[in-house]
Structure formats: C-alpha cells, structure tokens
Design a protein around this ligand. Structure first.
Ligand code: 5GP
Length: 213
C-alpha cells in the first residue's frame, strides 16, 4: 500500500505539536513519518536544524522555490515555510503515511494538487485556552505572540476546508481521535486496492474448481 499525506493544521498554540509527537510514538499507528519543513524563521531555544525545521536564509529559500523543490510553500506570521517535495515522495513510495504540519494556505495548495490527502484541523477548545497556551509556552516575543493571536481569528475560520476536525480540549482523547482518523483512512477502499485484487484473484482461480466439485 502506498502511503498517504496527512495534512494537520491549527492556529499557533492549538496543540498540534504535542499531538503529532504522540502519533509518531504511537504503538497503534505504525508506518508513519513526519515531513521536516524548510523555514526562514529564526531558530528557537531547544530546536534543532534538520529535526524541527531546516532553518535557511530567505535567499536560500527563494532559490529552492526557483528549483521547484517545494510541494507547497507560504508566508506565515511573516516568515516563509515550505514542504520539500522529495521527502514526501520518498515516504509515500516506501508505503509510509507522512504528516505535513502546515498552515491553512499550505493545506489548500496540497489539497488542490493531491485531492486524496487526508486533512485534519486541530481546534483549541476556546480562544482563552489558545491564548493561555501560547503565553505560557513563552517561545515568542510579545510582538510575535500578538501577531499569532491576531492571525488565529482568520485561521480558525478555515476549519470547514478540512475533512476532519479534532477538538483539543483533552490531550489524551484528542491524540486518540487523531489516531482513529488515520487508521480509518487506511481502510479506504482505494487505498486497499492492491490487497483486494490479490484476494479477489484467489476467488477467481478457485471458482472453477469449486463449481466443478
Ligand atoms: P511555527 O513558527 O510555530 O513553527 O509555525 C508557524 C506556522 O507555520 C504553523 O501554522 C505551521 O503549521 C506552519 N508551517 C510549518 N511548516 C510549514 C510548511 O512547510 N508549509 C506551510 N505552508 N506552513 C508551515
């Protein structure tokens, strides 16, 4: 079975990072990877180049756009972010589902190119909870924090473009919901066509004998 793309979007502070980490370490959902994006954003304390993002200059990012290296890219909160197409191709050809943790603009671009991609929107339970999460994680300076909060008003309005919505009011339940959606996607008929073909051909070859008996 070929892998699928799993688009996960939410406003900053929606809790998608924690949910994705749970998913990557899940014993229930195997064969799943994470696509490390490129960004021009400054690296934060605790982040690692090549693990959280590939942190590059704006010039390098623009050169990579020119080279056609991105499946999608967008300007988000004043920085450029992009999904490297090669990582996505490698993962799905190896039969792995690959998580794209991208913003709502990137999600729309990927859906337009790959309609079968699974898309999930993570919604915080309220604006107050989002604000509280963003404030206590303290990864942004006050201006960036204010910008992310302001942008969240527009971002949540895009929920209806996504196939699934996971409300992140309880981390454990939200993680289980996300796993359920991914497992259900693997049961889609179109994703099982190769396996089904093998099963049906065993019926074909046995049919004549069975009828002759
Ligand atoms: P952060 O700076 O908090 O890591 O990410 C800011 C926003 O950029 C988040 O909404 C995140 O989902 C989004 N983002 C991260 N990587 C990509 C990407 O490759 N493409 C797009 N379009 N958005 C991304």
């Amino acid at each position: 079975m070929q892998g699928n793309l799993i688009i996960i979007s939410s406003p900053s502070g929606g809790g998608k990072g924690t949910l994705i980490l749970e998913l990557l370490h899940s014993e229930i959902v195997s064969n799943i990877g994470y696509c490390v994006s490129y960004t021009t954003r400054a690296i934060r304390d605790g982040e690692t180049h090549g693990h959280d993002y590939f942190f590059v200059s704006r010039e390098e990012f623009l050169a990579r756009i020119e080279n056609g290296e991105f499946l999608e890219y967008a300007e988000v909160h004043g920085n450029l972010y992009g999904t490297p197409i090669q990582s996505v191709k490698d993962a799905i050809n190896r039969g792995k589902d690959i998580i794209l943790e991208i913003d709502v603009q990137g999600a729309a671009s990927v859906r337009a190119k790959i309609p079968e991609a699974l898309s999930v929107f993570i919604l915080p339970p309220s604006f107050e909870v989002l604000k509280n999460r963003l404030t206590t994680r303290a990864t942004e300076n006050p201006e960036d924090l204010a910008l992310r909060l302001k942008n969240s008003f527009g971002e949540v309005g895009h929920f209806s473009e996504f196939e699934y919505v996971v409300i992140n009011d309880d981390a454990a339940r939200a993680a289980a919901d996300l796993q359920t959606v991914i497992l259900a996607d693997r049961l889609r008929r179109v994703r099982q066509e190769a396996a089904i073909k093998g099963i049906l051909s065993s019926f074909e070859t046995s049919k004549n004998h069975a009828i002759g008996e």
